[in-house]
Design a protein around this ligand. Sequence first.
Ligand code: GUN
Length: 292
Amino acid sequence: MTILDGKKTSKDIKNEIKVEVDKMKANGEKVPHLAAVIVGNDGASLTYVGSKVRACERVGFESTMVRLPNTTSEIELLDTIDELNNNDDIDGFIIQLPLPPQINTQKVLLAVDPDKDVDGFHPTNFGKMALDMSTFIPATPFGILELLDRYGVETKGKHTVVIGRSHIVGRPMSILMGRKGFPGNSTVTLTHSHTKNITQITSQADIIITALGVPGFLKAEMVKDDAVIIDVGITRVPNDSEKGYYITGDVDFENVSKKSSFITPVPGGVGPMTIAMLLKNTLIARERHRKS
Ligand code: GUN
């Protein structure tokens, strides 16, 4: 069994990005600039955005965090997006999800300039991804592809089962694993809350990508020997530690890891890759911006 080490791999990617940024600086060029908009005070979202901003600093990017109150109206958020779209200094930006209920998420994501949409959530970019056109691939699926690539995990002709059809992970992952190329060329089954007999499906899978947010959902008896297991679940479970919680994934790691050929841990698997790939998308946005 091999651990797909997202912590180490993400460090490697960030080091590679830093080399590119150092070259830009040495040439007197403007470095990439990422902005992150966060609406409200959700603890997990604040932690994620804080990590994204710190990661920018470490690789030498500029970063801007835009914090808006929980009471922000849709119009106010659309105004902020308009400013970011028109600010030439900013190469890419993200709107951290989820948004408060008074704001229509789809309307907001549609307002982001697709050329600055480093999350890859705009329908134009999502459509391009589905059509194999060059675009921004959402950071978490992009991170999973990068892990499979760097560890040389074979995907061609394999049966990939994706658990969960979220717009951020499950749905794009199901498209990407079936694309022509590597990683890809898989036969994909996308499962969700209405899927019947899920164990029958997962136990035939060569690769399982689970993005449900249900701790310990995937058990050893649901997995065949030598399967590849990608755990995208990140759930905060309350306990009496100093933090008040611990982080766990969708997979019963202790038992499933004994049967698997490759597996991502939680924490330290897919999570750190997401941030590294957001930086990569921002670097790509900067390069495109410079050429345009
Ligand atoms: N919320 C959970 N994951 C993500 C992500 O990748 N990007 C944004 N913007 N919000 C999220």
